[in-house]
Design a protein around this ligand. Structure first.
Ligand SMILES: C[S@@+](CC[C@H](N)C(=O)[O-])C[C@H]1O[C@@H](n2cnc3c(N)ncnc32)[C@H](O)[C@@H]1O
Length: 240
């Protein structure tokens, strides 16, 4: 029997052992997407686990369609359970995939969100929710993602300064035709009490708790886009 968490009109099934922190971070994704990106057509959640992040974006009206994927078959089972129980078959696609390997080439996304395993310098290949030995799960993603992004599409990943900085990903981002649009956070301790608009509906102590978890874990967000979508610099007489 699965545990449940409700995001507005969607009840998400999960097992606690599949929670990689998304149960806490999902609200911050809603917050950032609302403020920085706005509603999009199609979201993909990479390394989705139970899909806390993707389903909360869908429930909050920040996308029309959602695709979710994970390599862990248990995660795929709970994702399918949520889709079935909420009658989301026409809006949500679920894939069992090692990185993007089993995703059809035809899938195109406006926004990719993810909470990938944070620890790159580990040799542990068993704890796949937290360890990404050699950065394989990140490297393969950045190598393959561009063909799935629509023009103007972007990527929003949560990472932790305990283990990485944006510099850890610079080479794998830029060598694949992508670039950092913005690096956000981590939430400062005073920042815990600011800009709560997208948390509305939650009780104040819960909001403080969720944001404290972000601050405590030194979580930061990478917002990444295609280099092709960089604004064209002005040119013309006198500007050469
Ligand atoms: C930090 S957990 C995040 C889970 C969930 N998104 C959350 O926020 O709670 C990382 C997830 O990445 C998945 N994962 C690890 N290696 C993967 C791979 N090679 N391909 C796809 N998913 C992978 C794990 O199964 C796990 O669900």
């Amino acid at each position: 029997m699965y545990s449940k968490i409700r995001y507005k009109n969607i009840e998400v099934s999960f097992l606690w052992r599949l929670n990689g922190g998304g149960i806490i971070f999902a609200h911050e994704f809603v917050h950032i997407v609302s403020q920085k990106i706005g509603k999009v057509g199609h979201v993909f959640e990479y390394c989705a686990g139970p899909g806390f992040i993707g389903f909360s974006l869908l429930a909050n009206g920040l996308c029309d369609r959602l695709t979710v994927a994970d390599v862990n078959p248990l995660a795929v089972d709970v994702l399918k359970d949520t889709v079935k129980n909420n009658n989301l078959q026409d809006r949500v696609a679920v894939y069992h995939s090692d990185c993007l390997d089993a995703i059809p080439e035809t899938e195109r996304w406006d926004l990719v969100v993810g909470n990938p395993p944070w620890i790159l310098d580990s040799k542990n290949t068993k704890e796949i929710a937290v360890c990404d030995p050699g950065g394989r799960v990140h490297k393969k993603f950045f190598k393959d993602i561009k063909e799935h992004l629509v023009p103007g599409g972007s990527i929003l990943f949560i990472e932790s300064t305990w283990f990485t900085s944006a510099g850890s990903f610079k080479e794998m981002v830029e060598s694949n035709g992508l670039t950092f649009r913005q690096i956000l956070g981590p939430v400062s301790y005073p920042g815990i009490f600011k800009n709560w608009a997208e948390y509305k509906g939650l009780k104040t102590p819960l909001i403080i708790f969720l944001r404290l978890c972000l601050a405590f874990r030194d979580a930061y967000f990478l917002w990444i886009m295609s280099q092709d979508d960089l604004p064209v610099p002005p040119s013309g007489p006198g500007l050469l």
